[in-house]
Design a protein around this ligand. Sequence first.
Ligand code: ZN
Length: 93
Amino acid sequence: MPIRANHDTKIWCDICKMRYGKVGAEWHTRAMTPARWIVISETKERRGRTKAYCQPCANECQIDGQGKVWTFREQLDYALGREQLDGMEPERL
Ligand SMILES: [Zn+2]
């Protein structure tokens, strides 16, 4: 299952952690936002790696450059499709 709900408050949103980071040796309070969703990668290079998102960050990350909704599922399919294309010999296309 590539996306699952998270109920562990000790798992924080990776986007918030990146965005707010640490203040001195301590995490910024907003960096400690509990994750609502865990997305598990299925691509070859990143298989099994997880990324945690709070709800606002999950919403933000599911909007494409044109402001349209681009779900994690669709992004994953795209990434997997790209991976197959990248691995294909040009003469076989
Ligand atoms: Zn977040």
